[in-house]
Design a protein around this ligand. Structure first.
Ligand SMILES: Cc1cc2nc3c(=O)[nH]c(=O)nc-3n(C[C@H](O)[C@H](O)[C@H](O)COP(=O)(O)OP(=O)(O)OC[C@H]3O[C@@H](n4cnc5c(N)ncnc54)[C@H](O)[C@@H]3O)c2cc1C
Length: 399
């Protein structure tokens, strides 16, 4: 049977960064990716937080626009924040570039390979996968495994310790149009990330919608929690598109490419590391439920998994899943659990969105702090955050 040191499932930002950083550290790394081409089928608005390319050593050439402004619209009004220059890209460029860098560092990325199952052995893990190209089932033995298959992760059968009862309830059905106007939209469109929170007049459901600008197109999409029939989602998106068109590219002919995918917006998975197997990115449930962002979280888990795999190779840790789980939970669980509860609280009474956004608009320091991971905060910043949170809770309860 073939063997390697580090086996990764999925070549999104989590798997790709894990592959590049493990290979750079000299760890023999194999990636199994289901799709025929890395990144080609990923559906995503592909907004990157300020500093993402520098943090993950990626070329700025993947960046399409650098919007300095975030605009949030509710049923009541529009709010605008400047919280540092964000970036937009496409997933074919982001994932494709990370994969190319991982290959250059020595990782063996294999496309058209579907992960099926794994079995523990005394000193490693045996992974079974389907090789679509050869039309055969194969096995590979690895010292450690990083599972990063995104929102389609069904891990209960892989290892019952990774089971997450509420996984399906956390899924958000998304549809997105890539809108290609024949001539550029108004200038404003390329300097802003737009988020919209509203209750659909058609279905009464809470909708989160967005417009993210790209060099040659606008990503215009929306998501609704629960499984939504395609026709209902399309009607909702067509209505939203009409409002964006009126404001940003009225009278300009355009073509559309339709994309659909599931986003996860529930609580993080309870267990994400056991006996040499680590779970990362969206498969670990690491998405900000208030914004749908998960690329930074995914890439960070890739980095943490690669570090643990390298430490295991060097004999510094027996089971790399232990430090991996500890570090990932410390980095993200506090913030992401809070974001999940906050979103549920806001959606129960949508007037609460305005209470929050009015406060964020009035206190840019608060808005800025919320963009950062909790382990970056000083004691003083924590006190300030608690004071702002208490103020918000009191006002929101009255809304
Ligand atoms: C519509 C939409 C818009 C979004 N917009 C943003 C945004 O603007 N900014 C942001 O930060 N986040 C956004 N997100 C979230 C972001 O896409 C995810 O958080 C991120 O992609 C997670 O990366 P990942 O590597 O964990 O998983 P993914 O990117 O989903 O990658 C998983 C990979 O695993 C592969 N795979 C799956 N199953 C198998 C298998 N059995 N065997 C082998 N390979 C497999 C897939 O083909 C894929 O390549 C958005 C999500 C959606 C759905």
């Amino acid at each position: 049977m073939e063997s390697t040191e580090f086996l990764i499932v999925g070549c999104g930002p989590a798997g790709g960064i894990a592959a590049r950083e493990a290979a750079r550290a000299g760890v023999a790394t194999v990636v199994l990716e289901r799709d025929a081409v890395v990144g080609a089928k990923r559906v995503c608005a592909a907004g990157l937080r300020p500093g993402f390319c520098e943090a993950f050593d990626l070329p700025r050439s993947i960046v399409h626009c650098n919007p300095p402004l975030i605009s949030i619209t509710t049923a009541k009004r529009n709010y605008a924040f400047g919280v540092g220059t964000a970036h937009t890209t496409t997933r074919e460029e982001l994932d494709g570039t990370i994969a190319a860098l991982a290959r250059a560092a020595g990782a063996d990325i294999r496309c058209g390979m579907l992960f099926r199952s794994l079995e523990r052995e005394r000193d490693g893990v045996v992974v079974e996968y389907a090789d679509y190209r050869a039309g055969t089932r194969k096995k590979i033995r690895a010292r450690s495994v990083f599972l990063a298959p995104g929102s389609s992760a069904r891990l209960d059968a892989v290892d019952p310790r990774f089971a997450h009862r509420d996984w399906n309830a956390g899924l958000i059905t998304c549809m997105q149009y890539r809108v290609y106007p024949q001539s550029p939209a108004i200038d404003y469109a390329y300097g802003v990330l737009e988020m919209h929170y509203y209750v659909s007049p058609r279905s009464g459901r809470n909708v989160i919608a967005w417009m993210f600008p790209k060099r040659d197109h606008l990503s215009i999409g929306l998501g609704i929690q629960a499984k939504i029939p395609g026709a209902e989602l399309r009607a909702e998106l067509d209505a939203f598109l009409a409002t964006v068109e009126r404001r940003l590219f009225a009278g300009i002919p355009f073509t559309i490419r339709t994309e659909g995918n599931l986003l996860y917006g529930g609580l993080p998975r309870r267990a994400i590391g056991a006996d040499r197997v680590m779970v990362g990115g969206t498969a670990a449930g690491l998405v900000d439920a208030t914004t749908g962002e998960g690329i930074h979280e995914a890439a960070t888990t890739g980095r943490l998994a690669a570090r643990s795999a390298a430490a295991s190779r060097a004999g510094r840790v027996r089971d790399p899943a232990v430090p991996y789980e500890r570090a990932t939970k410390a980095a993200f669980y506090g913030r992401l659990k809070h974001r999940h509860h906050l979103m549920a609280f806001l959606e129960r009474k949508p007037a609460r969105f305005d209470v929050l956004f009015e406060q964020l608009e009035a206190t840019p320091v608060f808005a800025n702090l919320l963009q950062h991971d909790r382990n970056d905060f000083s004691a003083l910043q924590w006190m300030y955050l608690y004071a702002q949170a208490a103020k918000f809770s009191l006002r929101a309860m009255r809304a």
